[in-house]
Design a protein around this ligand. Structure first.
Ligand SMILES: [Mg+2]
Length: 333
């Protein structure tokens, strides 16, 4: 990871990284606003983000491609990890959202830093291994890399799916708390398979919300970030909520933001997202990651954690700690 990009958290806006202590000038008021984060809390929230992603994925997979009415008829309110769905999963099994995020995390962990080609190679190995589900844009992007070795496809109108935004947890963890590094890595990992401005914006924003939540910021601060995103990209406006939860990244992000900002508590947020149906595993995964980071480990339902695939849970916890340790924040840059 480039050290030159590190250090933004402890500097005041407008200053170059690394100049906070030596720079002249008061900014006493500025310094007073900056509170070093509690690293134990950061590690715990990071774990909750990664586990929340998997829990939302496993919960949502049961009702993927169903309508809200079909979900009500079959489950009432769907709120248990029971497996099934069109993929016929066992209870607690995760899908591509979590598996691809694990590919990203393993590549960063193995390289001891950002390794885009390592991520691409792990995507290839994952697809060759016959995963339970692969999105069409993801498949196209991985095939392109296999054929020509390029780490980004050309901009494409058809690339506005949610398959890149769903992989943001390990990127956010490994870039704590460097906003510029997060943005760069978010776009690089996204464009391995999806090259579209809306995918870019959504991926970066999911990362931004994860950073803020993991650093313990309050909901008004996260809301300001989402409002600023909407000001930059009005297509992503999520109020009034249109009730669409498809794999189009606009629908996905609207469903996630609506669920997060209109509910209280981890379970309520994830249940709200997945009961919209559609691409429910991915809306559940992204909502679960943000809500996990925000509400913390203690709010992850124990009955869900008990059902989550044990090997996946253990690897998510271990990788989460290691990615935070590798991040600019964890290294004390
Ligand atoms: Mg999936």
């Amino acid at each position: 990871m480039p050290r030159s990009l590190a250090g933004i958290l402890f500097t005041c806006p407008g200053r170059p990284p690394g100049t906070a202590a030596a720079a002249p000038g008061p900014p006493l008021a500025c310094a007073a606003r900056v509170t070093p984060p509690d690293l134990d809390d950061v590690r715990s929230r990071a774990r909750a983000a990664f586990l929340g992603l998997a829990l939302g994925d496993a919960l949502g997979a049961t009702v993927e491609f169903m309508t809200p009415g079909e979900i009500r008829a079959a489950h009432g309110v769907h709120r248990e990890l029971v497996g099934g769905g069109w993929l016929h999963l066992r209870a607690g099994r995760v899908t591509d959202d979590t598996e691809m995020s694990l590919c990203v995390a393993r590549a960063i962990d193995a390289a001891g830093g950002w390794d885009l080609r390592g991520i691409a190679d792990r995507f290839v190995a994952w697809m060759r291994g016959g995963p339970v589900d692969v999105g069409s844009t993801v498949r196209k992007g991985i095939r392109r890399y296999m054929l020509d070795g390029t780490l980004a496809g050309p901009p494409n109108e058809g690339d506005a799916g949610n398959g890149a935004a769903m992989r943001m947890v390990p990127v956010a963890l490994a870039t704590l708390a460097d906003a510029a590094l997060l943005e760069r890595c978010a776009l690089e990992q996204a464009r391995l398979t999806h090259h579209h401005p809306l995918s870019d914006a959504a991926s970066a924003h999911v990362g931004e919300l994860l950073h803020l939540a993991i650093l313990g910021r309050g909901k008004p601060r996260l809301r300001r970030a989402s409002d600023a995103l909407v000001a930059r990209a009005p297509k992503l406006a999520f109020e009034p909520y249109r009730g669409l939860a498809t794999g189009y990244v606009v629908d996905t992000l609207q469903t996630v933001l609506h669920a997060f900002f209109t509910t209280r508590g981890f379970e309520a947020c994830v249940v709200d997202a997945v009961n919209r149906g559609g691409d429910a595993d991915t809306t559940g995964a992204i909502a679960g990651a943000i809500a996990g980071a925000y509400y913390g480990e203690e709010q992850l339902p124990r009955r869900w954690l008990r059902r989550l695939d044990r090997a996946v849970r253990q690897e998510l916890e271990a990788l989460s700690d290691r990615l935070v340790a590798l991040s600019p924040l964890g290294r004390g840059d």
